[in-house]
Design a protein around this ligand. Structure first.
Ligand SMILES: [Zn+2]
Length: 314
């Protein structure tokens, strides 16, 4: 009973209400993958399950991240799962704490290259509160990692915020900045539909390295010398930087708990995000665990800006 009283008025952990599934091609492997999102017990966290490898569990946490700059890759017991960041961004932004993500191959399907199809899938699954306080990591001191003029830092803050700056040597992208204040509706409306992107000039060399084998105009913004090759162009004039914020949110899931702090990213990528998460985890004086009062204002059912056709499989 004491535990019950303590939980009144504070945010609780959540999982999804029912199992949902979809299928699609992996961006890098080109493999057709079936994905199922399955409710999980309180305290379990976000865990990938390689069904095709006898059900090996791969937790979405900092100590399971492998170095990679093209996509975020997790590993456990010799099994890997790659390109997890867009799905994890949706899971985290919709505030799902406990989830099993079952796959029959080594990569999360790319779908349309954004997080939006995963938002739709999670909305279809619904969510339920669980009998455990939702713990947050509150940042108390700044932490920075940097490499070759690129950097990402986190500062104390009462909510989750991201300021992201990119600078590409290409006239169609060049310098872009975006400031994001987290709420479910902000994520769905501002970020979830922003797609991954690649340069046409890199396509042949990526394929030679065994990357982008499933890449197409259906799941990637393809940037040519002086034009966007996708028939309908961009979804936002600053879609590139919005996608970078989305990637960063996905990579921060590896912290294991939602974070209260302000992130400032300058041209950072997956490797630098993983380094910052690991540095935060190791630097225990830079944060503390707190809970938060219930937030009734956020609706999970706000309308997205794009409609997607999901290949639902169950
Ligand atoms: Zn991405």
């Amino acid at each position: 009973m004491i535990e019950g009283k303590e939980m009144v008025g504070v945010m609780l952990e959540k999982t999804i209400q029912k199992t949902v599934a979809c299928s699609g091609v992996g961006l890098h492997t080109g493999k057709q993958i079936q994905l199922r999102l399955i409710p999980a017990e309180k305290g379990q966290g976000i865990v990938f399950v390689r069904k095709d490898l006898g059900g090996i569990h791969i937790p979405a946490s900092a100590d399971h991240v492998l170095p990679s700059n093209f996509a975020t890759v997790l590993e456990a017991k010799g099994a890997t799962v790659q390109t997890v960041e867009h799905l994890l961004a949706a899971v985290s932004a919709l505030e799902i704490d406990n989830l099993l993500i079952e796959l029959d191959g080594p990569e999360v399907p790319a779908l349309d290259g954004s997080a939006f199809p995963f938002v739709s899938l999670l909305q279809k699954a619904g969510w339920i509160e669980q009998n455990k306080k939702r713990a947050f990591i509150e940042i108390l001191k700044p932490v920075t990692v940097s490499e070759n003029g690129k950097s990402v830092s986190i500062y104390p803050g009462s909510a989750f915020e991201v300021a992201c700056h990119i600078d590409f040597d290409h006239p169609l992208i060049a310098k872009q900045s975006y400031r994001y204040w987290h709420s479910r509706s902000a994520f769905i409306g501002e970020l979830s539909s922003a797609r991954t992107f690649g340069f046409l000039k890199d396509y042949t060399s990526l394929k030679a390295k065994g990357l982008a084998l499933g890449g197409s105009l259906d799941n990637t913004i393809v940037v040519g010398t002086d034009e966007i090759l996708n028939e309908n162009g961009l979804r936002y004039s600053d879609e590139f930087v919005r996608h970078k914020v989305l990637d960063l949110i996905g990579d921060f899931v590896m912290l294991g708990k939602p974070v209260l702090g302000r992130i400032e990213a300058h041209c950072s990528g997956h490797n630098l995000h993983a380094q910052l998460v690991k540095t935060i985890v190791e630097n225990k004086k830079a944060w503390r665990i707190v809970d938060r009062p219930v937030d009734d204002s956020a609706s999970m059912l706000c309308q997205p800006p794009y409609q997607v056709a999901l290949q639902l499989t169950a």
